[in-house]
Every structure is written in C-alpha cells, then in structure tokens.
Design a protein around this ligand. Structure first.
Ligand code: 5GP
Ligand code: ZN
Length: 135
C-alpha cells in the first residue's frame, strides 16, 4: 500500500470521479466501485489516515455519524432489510486502500451475501442508486 498514490485522496481532491452520496467538510461517502451488493457505500474521512487508530477524534465522530446516516438512507430509500458495517485495518486484514473507510453493505431477507467484489450492470444503474441515496 503506497499512501502517496492514495486513490481516496484523489477522489476527495476531485482528481478521479466517484458516485457521491454525501459530502461535508470532514467526510465523503460514495458507491464502492466493486460492490458486494447493490448500494454498497464507502464512508471516508477527508483527512488521510491509514488505520482507524490513526484517525483524529473529530474525524472519527464525523465519519461514524455519516455511517449511521448512510445506513438510514439504505434502509429507507434503497430499500433494504438491514446492513453490515465493516472496516479493515492493515493488509493482513484485507485493507487494500491505505485510507480509513467504513463499508456499509445493504442486506436483504433471505439473500446471503457473496463476499466478493461485483459490478454495476451500467453507469445508469449506479446513477439510479445514487439518486435514491443522496443526502
Ligand atoms: P478495503 O479492502 O481496503 O477495505 O476496501 C477498499 C474498497 O475500495 C474496495 O471495496 C474497492 O472496491 C474500493 N475501491 C477501490 N478503488 C476504488 C475507486 O477508485 N473508486 C471507488 N468508488 N471504490 C474503489
Ligand atoms: Zn488518502
């Protein structure tokens, strides 16, 4: 993991596109490019920090509040029956992007989650989900 090429810092800086759901001064939330499930969102602090343990208190509070709000949007607007929140720290724990992020993954009754990266059928499908979830 090379922090100087951090892809999430590039998204925050507007250097590469993302399907944004929410943004404020400390936090950004956007659709995961390779979703485990339709509506899989990443909630990311704007400050670059590699692990949860590196994140300043104010950014931690902001990012967990937005994670809660994203969960609410998923339940009401997607809709879904529940959701998983998870957060990986270190390559040994499956962290591939060296910038703290919370995964918020919608869940549906009777539908087991396939814990493998998927894709959207088209950019339009991702935009439709964005329109439902944006706040
Ligand atoms: P990790 O394994 O580090 O917890 O998760 C990183 C996540 O970032 C993966 O689910 C991956 O699909 C997602 N990701 C990596 N690069 C990009 C990107 O350029 N745009 C978006 N939207 N998601 C990305
Ligand atoms: Zn970064």
């Amino acid at each position: 993991m090379d922090d100087t090429k951090c892809v999430f810092c590039k998204i925050i800086a507007g250097l590469i596109p993302a399907t944004k759901i929410y943004e404020d001064e400390r936090t950004i939330a956007f659709l995961d490019i390779a979703p485990f499930e339709r509506g899989h969102v990443l909630v990311v602090p704007k400050a670059h920090a590699r692990m949860l343990t590196d994140l300043p208190e104010e950014d931690l509070q902001a990012v967990i509040r937005v994670t809660q709000n994203v969960g609410e949007r998923l339940l009401r607007q997607l809709p879904c029956d529940g959701f998983n929140v998870f957060q990986n720290n270190g390559a040994c724990a499956s962290q591939t992007v060296p910038h703290v992020h919370f995964h918020v993954v919608p869940r549906h009754e009777g539908k087991p989650l396939n814990w493998t990266p998927g894709s959207y059928a088209s950019p339009d499908e991702a935009k439709t989900i964005q329109a439902k979830l944006r706040f």
